[in-house]
Design a protein around this ligand. Structure first.
Ligand code: COS
Length: 393
């Protein structure tokens, strides 16, 4: 246990990494993951089974509304607790961590940040308790990184917006009860021509498309959303018409911290497995951890994981203090996700042939990690955000 990063108490004086709530929710998430997730990880992965009921249990424990204030039925915590929940779950299963992250920071987070009182009272209590699962739609088949040029339109007709188009790669696109969807209410490519609408499941003209068959994150449901003359009450507009793109970018500033936390959990899971195996596996008459070729890999992995955690805590700290966070969240997401891929790759290497089988956990960390360098903005998009900030002014 001594080499595990799981319980690292603090980081060279950065005591922002610790607080009582963080420890308490960390323990709760760890216990939950061990008891309710771990026994089923490979079964859900292989069957691409999305365990809806599990999220109800997470909701009962407050992990589906981590930063929703108590007045709307949430836990009322901040980002330290939030990233702790995500990373603890991801240490056991990245896919479940991804779903918890998407629900908390995208759909729920968008309504919390930009909804009016009536909207918050209407949707947040259901989302925070996971009575309802949330989805969030920005990306389309032809507009991934170039989100601004989306094609889905919403035209006001009396008291309703008529929505036409589709959204791709949507977490909880089928099982979600409500989605926040970015739609074009103005000219294509106009940053003030996009609006955010809350669209409930069952709204006429709103259906889901095929479920994606993915490399990793297989227990997290990903589908298309389809809108065919879908009539959305105009009171479901979040904030002001035309502000949807900026809202989405701000939501992603927070969401990227959670993907960084997801990456951290995956990296820690792969690292812990690799350390244990390196100590136990004997070759040439001694544990393979005695060989510098293996020990130095572990040193690189540990260093990058702790650096990721520091970047994540820095971004979480800024978010908790409502300070600008675009650059720091992009850095945390970029570095932590690339670290997760590198760590999981090296973990498979340390396990050798066994690591290439589904009998050991590292092949799943390896598959799950890759999504983290793509979802909520690719590594290349993060570098655009970081370099623009660096070159500003
Ligand atoms: N917070 C608030 N406003 C922001 C913002 C942020 N983080 N980022 C951009 N904006 C604003 C800009 O200030 C600009 O406003 P004005 O037009 O009023 O000046 C507007 O949004 C457009 O920004 P920009 O000109 O930078 O748009 P680009 O088309 O160049 O796109 C990137 C910027 C590439 C950063 C953006 O499209 C992006 O993040 N793409 C990736 C999308 C993504 O992550 N998708 C994955 C979703 S998976 S859930």
């Amino acid at each position: 246990m001594d080499a595990m990063l799981t319980d690292t108490p603090n980081y060279g004086g950065y005591d922002f990494a610790m607080n009582e709530n963080k420890q308490m929710v960390g323990q709760m998430a760890r216990d939950f993951a061990e008891r309710y997730i771990k026994p089923h990880v490979m079964e859900w992965d292989e069957a691409q089974h999305f365990p809806v009921d599990l999220f109800k249990k997470l909701g009962e424990l407050g992990m589906m509304g981590v930063f929703v204030p108590e007045q709307y039925g949430g836990s009322g915590f901040g980002y330290y607790e939030y990233v702790t929940v995500i990373s603890e779950i991801a240490k056991v299963c990245g896919a479940i961590g991804l779903s918890v992250a998407a629900h908390n920071s995208l759909c729920t987070g968008h309504i919390l940040a930009f909804g009016n009182e009536e909207q918050k009272h209407k949707w947040l209590p259901k989302l925070a308790t996971a009575e309802w699962l949330g989805a969030w739609g920005l990306t389309e088949a032809n507009t991934g990184s170039d989100a601004l040029h989306m094609n889905t339109t919403a035209v006001l007709d009396g008291d309703y917006y008529i929505v036409n188009g589709s959204k791709n790669w949507i977490t909880h696109g089928k099982s979600g009860n409500v989605a926040v969807v970015m739609v074009r209410t103005g000219e294509k490519g106009d940053s003030h021509g996009i609006s955010a609408l809350v669209i409930e499941k069952g709204t006429p003209g709103f259906t889901h498309g095929k479920k994606e068959n993915k490399l990793g994150m297989r227990a997290s449901e990903t589908t298309e959303l389809i809108f065919d003359n879908c009539r959305v009450p105009k009171e479901n507009l979040l904030g002001v018409e035309g502000e949807g793109f900026k809202q989405a970018m701000q939501v992603l500033d927070g969401g990227r911290i959670s993907i960084a936390a997801l990456s951290l959990g995956i990296a820690k899971g792969a690292f812990d497995a690799a350390v244990a195996y390196a100590k136990e596996r004997h070759q040439f008459g001694q544990p393979i951890s005695n060989f510098q070729g293996i020990a130095f890999k572990l040193a690189d992995m540990a260093t990058e994981i702790e650096a990721s955690e520091l970047l994540i805590m820095q971004a979480a700290d800024l978010k908790n203090r409502h300070l600008p966070v675009s650059k720091q969240s992009a850095m945390a997401k970029y570095y932590a996700s690339e670290t997760a891929v590198r760590t999981a790759t090296e973990a498979v290497q340390i396990f050798g042939g066994y690591g290439y089988t589904k009998d050991f956990p590292v092949e799943k960390f390896y598959r799950d990690a890759k999504l983290c360098t793509i979802g909520e903005g690719t590594s290349e998009i993060q570098k655009i955000v970081i370099s623009r900030e660096v070159l500003k002014g």
